[in-house]
Design a protein around this ligand. Structure first.
Ligand SMILES: [Zn+2]
Length: 375
């Protein structure tokens, strides 16, 4: 049985697709209610006499709509899995969906196919719905299939717009990556594409007014604003993450680790601190009776012990038990190092050489400082 993963706050799990949890965020229910209210009058129009059931029909509609969003996301997930990536979850939220893929594409071809399959799926579903219209009876079913066709074609085409965080942005990124050999450049170009799309989006009400001769409503301004903010912040986040990845190779466990001393667990704390100061060490490792590393002294716990008590407590009382996850090879660098820190968050880690010798103690705060200081 797969271990249950921690769920992001404010989401509920509704099931799983291809082995990944499907989560629905709380904001989705607001949108579903909004769609129900907006659709109800239309439902009543095509099928008079529904009364309160018109709202139920509206809600079913919202579920159908997001069912097709789920298909779109599931296609990203399936292709990512075929390339060997772990897909932790698919989340449906008010603006659509998000597939959480762990790790980054290693080749432009992977980036391209994982991205492009989503819009292609939506367009295929849209065309399928169009074909279904030929045999769909009038009334509610027709209203539903028409809306599905329109929504999926719209989602498919809009997602191909070449700007991050849209799928089309990732397609553009893969193309620039392929041509230049530099994934970072791909992200920067696609990020600017996303920013430009965000600015264009703000012009949507103007396009309505002067291009299509329709007076924009409040909802048009609101929608344009919300989508522009979503695009702008998504583009920024993608570019920031790319900058981080580019800087990462400068981080190495071996050079960041503090020199450490090792003392038997029963050693009095005062004595351990004295030896550490003498050796100018920044970390203390406690050893078990067999001389194996057993714990790492926690700086905060150490400082909490008053100086006059330190001669009387064994150093092991302020040490955290060493787990396998808190032990890392000295050769770890860049993304590997950050991934190891992320897998088992802790304030300190034991850094060991390949032959098992203790190299030193890595303090998470040191990594963060070193990261901020990278050029
Ligand atoms: Zn997508």
């Amino acid at each position: 049985m797969p271990a249950s993963r921690p769920r992001p706050r404010g989401t509920i799990r509704v099931g799983s697709v291809a082995g990944s949890d499907v989560l629905v965020s709380g904001s989705w229910f607001l949108v579903a209610a909004l769609i129900a209210v907006l659709v109800a009058p239309r439902a009543e129009l095509v099928q008079p006499g529904l009364g309160g059931w018109a709202y139920v029909a509206g809600f079913v509609f919202a579920v159908l709509l997001y069912g097709s969003v789920l298909l779109h996301e599931a296609s990203h997930a399936v292709v990512a899995k075929r390339y060997g990536f772990t897909v932790s979850s698919i989340t449906l939220h008010f603006l659509g969906g998000m597939t959480a893929i762990e790790g980054e594409a290693r080749k432009p071809r992977q980036e391209f196919w994982i991205a492009v399959v989503g819009p292609l799926t939506s367009i295929a579903v849209g065309l399928g719905a169009l074909a279904l219209l030929l045999v769909t009876p009038d009334g509610l079913p027709r209203l539903a299939v028409e809306a599905l066709a329109a929504a999926n074609l719209l989602v498919g085409v809009l997602n191909l717009v070449p700007g991050l965080p849209l799928d089309g942005g990732r397609v553009l990124k893969s193309a620039v990556w392929r041509l230049s050999g530099d994934p970072h450049r791909g992200t920067v170009v696609a990020g600017w594409g996303g920013r430009a799309t965000a600015v264009l989006m703000l012009g949507w009400p103007l396009l309505l007014q002067y291009g299509l001769g329709r007076t924009p409503q409040l909802v048009d301004y609101l929608l344009a604003f919300v989508i522009a903010v979503f695009l702008w912040s998504g583009a920024n986040a993608a570019m920031a993450a790319a900058r981080v990845r580019r800087r990462l190779p400068g981080l190495a466990a071996r050079s960041l680790a503090r020199r450490s001393i090792a003392v038997p667990a029963p050693t009095p704390l005062a004595e351990a601190v004295r030896r550490a100061q003498e050796a100018e060490a920044g970390g203390i490792v406690t050893l078990d009776a067999d001389g194996h590393p057993a714990g790492l002294v926690d700086e905060a716990a150490l400082l909490a012990v008053p100086a006059e008590r330190r001669p009387w407590v064994p150093v092991s009382t302020v040490a955290r038990t060493l787990t396998d996850a808190a032990t890392m090879p000295a050769g770890l660098v860049g993304e590997g190092l950050v991934a190891a820190l992320g897998r088992a968050p802790a304030p300190t880690y034991l850094v060991v050489e390949d032959d098992g010798r203790i190299h030193g103690v890595l303090v998470t705060g040191d990594v963060e400082r070193a990261f901020r200081a990278l050029p």
